[in-house]
Design a protein around this ligand. Structure first.
Ligand code: F6P
Length: 325
C-alpha cells in the first residue's frame, strides 16, 4: 500500500466552466509532490456512496479545455442530515483520506465546514461557481466564461432587437447575486440592468425603457433571475402593461451560461487555485478557501468566504448607470 498522503477531491454544486482545469491542476500538483488523489463522483453523493476513482497524471489529460466536470457534480440533499455526514466521514477515513478538497460554491463549502466541525476532517475549498459571489476572491472559476457566453448571446439578440425595434428582456443566472448581470450588462451596453443587491424601482425602470426605446429604436434589459422585483416574466408583464404598443420579447439564457469551453482567464485561474490548494495542504493549512486577490493566491478563512458574501461593486453600478444613456 502507498505510504503517500492522500486527498479526496470533489466538484460540488452547480458546475462551472474551468472545473476540469482545476481538477487537472490539483492532480498534477499533488502528483509532483507525491500526494495521491482520489476523485469522488457527484460531489458529496460520491463520498456517501463510495463512488470514486484514483486519479493520476494521465487521467486528467485532455480536459483543460472541456466544460462541465469529469467528476460530475450534484447538490447533495442527504448531507443536510447528521447521520449521512457521519457516514461520509467514516467512508473518507476508511479510504485513508487526509484532507478533502472541494471545488464549488458556498453551499458546498458550508457542507464541508460542518464536516470539519463535527468530525475534524481537514478541508480546503476552491471557488468554482459562475455566480462570482464568494467573498475573498476577485473572481470564481467559471464566471469569466459565463459572462462571455451572455455577451455572445446578447450581441445576437441586439441585432434582431434593432432590426425590429423591439425591447428584449434577457434573464441571466444569479439566484442571489447580480455579478453576471452587472458585468455582462455593461459589456453589451444594456439600457437597464436589474440585480438582486439593489432595489428595483419599477416606475423609474419603465420610464427609462420608454425613453431609451424612443431615442435608440430598441432596448435591452438584463435581469438577474433573483431580482427583488421578480424574474424576467414579471418585468415583461410590467412593460407590456405600461406600453401596450411596444413589442417586448423575453429571452431566458438559462443553463447555456454554465456550459462551454472555459475561457483562457478561467483556465489560468483554475490552474493557479488548484496548485494553490496543494501548496496549502503541504503547509498544513486547512479550513480555508484558496482565492485570487490582485493577481496573488491568498488563503481566506472559510467562515469569511461563506458568510461575507461579496458586495456588488458600486463603481460598476455607477458606470452602468452613466453609460446607458
Ligand atoms: O449557483 C450557480 C447557479 O448557476 C445559479 O446562478 C443558478 O441560480 C443555479 O445555479 C441553478 O441551479 P440548478 O442548475 O440546480 O437549477
Amino acid at each position: 500500500m502507498s505510504q503517500n498522503k492522500k486527498i479526496g477531491l470533489i466538484t460540488s454544486g452547480g458546475d462551472s466552466p474551468g472545473m476540469n482545469a482545476c481538477v487537472r491542476a490539483v492532480v498534477r500538483a499533488a502528483k509532483i509532490n507525491e500526494i495521491d488523489v482520489c476523485g469522488y463522483y457527484r460531489g458529496f453523493d460520491g463520498v456517501l456512496d463510495n463512488d470514486f476513482i484514483d486519479l493520476d497524471v494521465t487521467s486528467v489529460a485532455q480536459i483543460i479545455q472541456r466544460g462541465g466536470t469529469i467528476l460530475k457534480t450534484a447538490r447533495c440533499s442527504r448531507f443536510f442530515e447528521k447521520e449521512y455526514r457521519t457516514l461520509a466521514f467514516e467512508n473518507l477515513k476508511q479510504n485513508n483520506i487526509d484532507a478533502l478538497v472541494v471545488i464549488g460554491g458556498d453551499g458546498s463549502f458550508t457542507g464541508a465546514k460542518i464536516l470539519t466541525q463535527e468530525h475534524g476532517l481537514p478541508m480546503i475549498g476552491i471557488p468554482g461557481t459562475i455566480d462570482n459571489d464568494l467573498f475573498g476572491t476577485d473572481f470564481t472559476i467559471g464566471y469569466d466564461t459565463a459572462i462571455n457566453t451572455v455577451v455572445e448571446a446578447v450581441d445576437k439578440i441586439r441585432d434582431t432587437a434593432m432590426s425590429h425595434g423591439r425591447v428584449f428582456v434577457v434573464e441571466v443566472m444569479g439566484r442571489d447575486a447580480g455579478f453576471i448581470a452587472l458585468r455582462s450588462g455593461i459589456a453589451v451596453g444594456a439600457e437597464a440592468i436589474l440585480v438582486p443587491e439593489t432595489k428595483t424601482y419599477i416606475e423609474h425602470l419603465l420610464e427609462r425603457i420608454g425613453k431609451r426605446r424612443a431615442s435608440k429604436g430598441s432596448a435591452i434589459v438584463i435581469v438577474s433571475e433573483g431580482d427583488d422585483f421578480g424574474n424576467a416574466d414579471k418585468v415583461v408583464e410590467a412593460i407590456k402593461e405600461r406600453y401596450e404598443n411596444l413589442d417586448v420579447k423575453l429571452t431566458r439564457l438559462g443553463h447555456i451560461q454554465r456550459g462551454g469551453n472555459p475561457s483562457a482567464m478561467d483556465r489560468v485561474l483554475a490552474s493557479f487555485l488548484g496548485a494553490g490548494a496543494i501548496d496549502a495542504f503541504l503547509e498544513n493549512k486547512f479550513g480555508i478557501m484558496i482565492g485570487m486577490q490582485n493577481k496573488k493566491v491568498v488563503h481566506v478563512p472559510l467562515e469569511k468566504a461563506i458568510k461575507h458574501h461579496q458586495d456588488i461593486d458600486e463603481n460598476l453600478l455607477k458606470l452602468a448607470e452613466m453609460l446607458s444613456i
